[in-house]
Design a protein around this ligand. Structure first.
Ligand code: FMN
Length: 176
């Protein structure tokens, strides 16, 4: 199995990257590639730019990695109740790649965490309703509320119930 994992964030200390890395550790190490959006710098989407220069290499490269995968693990940062700008920009470019409206029909386990008690519930809801319209199949969701109370950088999720919930959900993923 080829799993791509990434956070919808460009923070060097991203809590969503920490969460998605923790989730990725539930799979065999050689099956997972963890990506960082900072390695895929992109211009702000513009129809003029697309018409003049096509899809930027980094967007095409990201799209190709999705296409070659069996499962995506994504943890989304929530900014003002929505996707972070860096993720929305990547998403817009991915939706313009030939042959897909975004996710190449791949299975997606989507997560979110935030310092607050809602755990990124708004961005998670947004992704769950939107990704299927962009050629992605949601195979599970997980929200980690109050990140600093429930996560330790060495131990992972410290709240046993929440950790068990995540592990059970990851184990039950069915890939088409
Ligand atoms: C511009 C901005 C808007 C934010 N809006 C929200 C929000 O709507 N809901 C929320 O729970 N946290 C919000 N936060 C806090 C983020 O959840 C927090 O910065 C978190 O660390 C982002 O995830 P990351 O570390 O993976 O980038 C916001 C942060 C910023 C900088």
């Amino acid at each position: 199995m080829n799993i791509i994992a990434f956070a919808g964030s460009n923070s060097s200390t991203s809590i969503n990257k920490q969460l998605v890395t923790h989730a990725a550790q539930q799979f065999q190490e050689d099956q997972v590639t963890i990506l960082d959006l900072n390695d895929f710098e992109l211009p702000i989407y513009s129809i003029d730019l697309e018409q003049a220069s096509g899809i930027p290499e980094n967007a095409q490269r990201f799209s190709d990695l999705i296409k070659a995968s069996d499962l995506l693990l994504i943890s989304l940062a929530e900014h003002n109740g929505a996707y972070s700008a860096v993720f929305k920009n990547l998403f817009d470019w991915l939706s313009r790649v030939d042959g897909t409206s975004g996710f190449h029909g791949k299975s997606i386990f989507v997560m979110a965490t935030s310092p607050g008690a809602r755990g990124g519930a708004s961005v998670l809801e947004m992704a769950v309703s939107r990704f299927p319209r962009n050629d992605g199949e949601i195979v599970g969701t997980f929200s980690l509320p109050s990140f600093s109370q429930n996560f330790d950088s060495e131990k992972g999720i410290t709240n046993t119930d929440l950790n068990n919930e995540l592990i059970d959900k990851l184990k039950s993923i069915k890939i088409n």
